[in-house]
Write a protein that binds this ligand. Sequence first.
Ligand code: ADP
Ligand code: MG
Length: 432
Amino acid sequence: MAIAVECPDIRMLINEPWLPLPGTRSIKARCLRHKGFLIMIALVQGERIVASLKPVERVDDEWRVMDAELYKEWLEELLEGRVPFFHSSCTVNPGRPYRIRVYSKGARSLGLIIHARERLFAKVMRRAEQDNLEPLMLAYLSENAPGLAPKPYCTVFLNEGKPYLILMEDVGGEEAAKIYLGKAAESIRGGDAAPIREGLIIGKAAARMHKALLSCREEWCRPEEASSRDLASWIHRLRVRASTILRLSRDSLASQASHAILEIAGRLEEELSPPWGTVKARIHGDLHLGQIRVKKNTAVITDFEGEPYKHPASRLEKETPERDLACLARSIDYAFRLGAGGERWREGLLKPSETMKLWEQEAFEAVLKGYMMLRGLTLSPEMLRLWLAERASYEAVYELRFHTGLHPIPMAALIRMWRGDDPLLSMVEKLD
Ligand SMILES: Nc1ncnc2c1ncn2[C@@H]1O[C@H](COP(=O)(O)OP(=O)(O)O)[C@@H](O)[C@H]1O
Ligand SMILES: [Mg+2]
């Protein structure tokens, strides 16, 4: 039985990226002890954080703690279902873990490389959420599109079925974002052109994923015809975000971006007239270049949790496949800007250089080309236009809300879209 105990001093956790402290006034935390480990459940800024911790040493009056999943004893306890409130389900026996190291530490999850019978990857969710469909998506894709996404071995759920840990195949390869950043830097220095080969591979992978998901017959992923109400709600997201941006920022770029969003929403409302026989389906939902790993001639897609802050929409909503392509397009814009290095991404935000225009267009064209190589899929330029703006509005709110400082990137894109001189939007116009 787990015993309720006092939590370690929160100040000891200050360097944990999953604990958002700046601006937080109070934290309500509960801790339970199980075999020398602690399970901490905290409420921070309205979000529930779950973390397993290992108190390692006492310094003065405070305990220094580590992530418990770095200890094989704890992983075994979790995977064998011996920790109260957690239960585990495995489709493949992973064998006993003997070496564990941290691969990535994000604001919401911890990525671990685990050596057991094979090299495995574990994703530990520091926000255990009911609307996280990642285990379902991984299971479905590993069956219906083998090799496209990591094969899941075990899932550990918390309480009423909230995914807490996914143990899966380590897919290796390199993060596409890293490749694109490197290539952008090279182009800016006057070297190589846009990543064409990678774009084709990524486009093809996105098409394979959509094809598999569009033939899903289970309730959670069955495609449905989109209604005029869906369309109205997608445009409504733009309006909500226009006002959220104004609430979160007072600078002049923010007010221009907010104005641009409202103008775009009005235009879309006039242009997009239902009924149009569009299908909405389960899609990736957050398909940026950081979620794709490229190895040799294939791309593996990861992270099926959806967007971490989708307000005012829900992560369970179905959307049209074009949204994933719009996410990729937007990610190409980030890659080129950030590839410049340092603060150079701020240059020419509203008036991009010819090099940038060409690079972004070629990079996106390659993705679209790769996508269309798989027969039987169609792309609607109208939907792409809608999602380009909607995704950029999501990004602007996200960057402001999480204080990344990068909000000018999507804001400038929205202003360019409104003025009609965004290179990615022009690429879409060419599809017409
Ligand atoms: N199965 C896997 N094998 C190898 N690397 C992975 C795997 N799943 C995710 N990654 C990598 O781990 C990092 C974080 O994973 P991700 O699922 O995107 O979590 P988050 O976005 O919450 O940090 C990314 O660099 C991703 O490429
Ligand atoms: Mg991710």
